[in-house]
Design a protein around this ligand. Structure first.
Ligand SMILES: Nc1ncnc2c1ncn2[C@@H]1O[C@H](COP(=O)(O)OP(=O)(O)O)[C@@H](O)[C@H]1O
Ligand SMILES: [Mg+2]
Length: 298
């Protein structure tokens, strides 16, 4: 059991300060294993003149099995490959904690500590001011284009996985727990049993029927999930509350729900949400370029 308390010190270095996730209103179910345990911790090796440095520490909640270990360490390796990009959460360390009673060893990933995530901001009713939306959306596209350029697809893009850095301006993509390196054949020992989040997963993924060719273009599935995310940030609503496993036609344009949304932005988001992957924009770079042009013209 992952039995951690405030004040506990891991690796002789990280003092646990607060449990960040799951939050108190969490319903207690760890269904599908998708919910990790995230602690805010103080890095005792990195305090300068009484100024403290905080980090985030991520554990997989379940008893470690070989498959969990492989998947978990893979997240750290993916983050290492993306290190240095300002719009991707920085990985700092990989450690282990042993439960002294059971002898179970739990790996943990240490990353830079961020202020919050975009889902929490939206829940608090922090409305998407158009300028803030463009800034966040462009940051996200920069990070995601960088990952795609390294052959990595995220596979779980949603507001809760887009973190707001301590400057409260920069968006950093986090939670690469489901990311896939397209350069390598899948590791059969590390089959991902929970592929993405319902409501954000592209229709082809939700149906579980991606053809070999479609599987090659998982980039367009990330683009769909990003479309859902943009739509929610702009309107406060989900584009397909009933699900999108079958073709339903386009959602109500974002510009109809929020009169501040310019038509060209609304059209871009609609195109990202197309049921047919081939009708969506083909790259994140293209989306970023269009957002940058629109932002400049504001
Ligand atoms: N580095 C971090 N800084 C601040 N908050 C974080 C950090 N990492 C995760 N969180 C918070 O914890 C939540 C869960 O973390 P995440 O990595 O998405 O794991 P999972 O979705 O598997 O539970 C995030 O949605 C975010 O609110
Ligand atoms: Mg997450």
């Amino acid at each position: 059991m992952l039995d951690l308390q405030k004040g506990q010190i891991l690796s002789d270095r990280y003092t646990l300060v607060d449990l960040i996730s799951p939050t108190e209103d969490w319903n207690g179910s760890l269904g599908g294993g998708a919910t990790s345990i995230i602690w805010k911790a103080r890095d005792d090796h990195c305090s300068i003149a009484d100024l403290e440095t905080y980090v985030a520490i991520k554990f997989h909640p379940h008893r470690p099995t070989e498959q969990i270990e492989i998947l978990f360490r893979r997240e750290a390796i993916v983050l290492m490959q993306l290190r240095g990009h300002p719009n991707i959460v920085s990985v700092l360390d990989l450690g282990e904690w042993t439960n002294a009673t059971t002898g179970d060893v739990y790996a943990f990933i240490v990353t830079e500590y961020c202020d919050t995530d975009l889902a929490t901001l939206a829940e608090r009713g922090v409305g998407a001011h158009l300028d803030t939306f463009y800034k966040s959306a462009i940051d996200t596209c920069r990070g995601l284009a960088y990952a795609h350029g390294k052959n990595l697809v995220h596979r779980d893009i949603k507001p809760a996985n887009l973190f707001l850095a301590l400057d409260r301006m920069t968006v950093k993509i986090g939670d690469f727990g489901l990311a896939k390196d397209k350069s390598y054949p899948p590791d059969p020992r590390a089959t991902v049993v929970f592929g993405g989040t319902r409501g954000y997963k592209s229709p082809e993924k939700a149906r579980g029927s991606m053809s070999a060719r479609a599987a090659q273009s998982e980039i367009r599935s990330d683009i769909y999930s990003l479309g859902v995310t943009f739509y929610q940030l702009l309107t406060g609503q989900h584009p397909f509350p009933e699900g999108h496993e079958r073709e339903l036609g386009p959602p109500r344009p974002a510009a109809l729900l929020n009169k501040n949304v310019p038509d060209e932005l609304s059209e871009l988001v609609q195109s990202m949400l197309c049921y047919q992957p081939t009708k969506r924009p083909s790259s994140i770079r293209e989306i970023r370029d269009r957002l940058e042009r629109q932002h400049k013209a504001l």
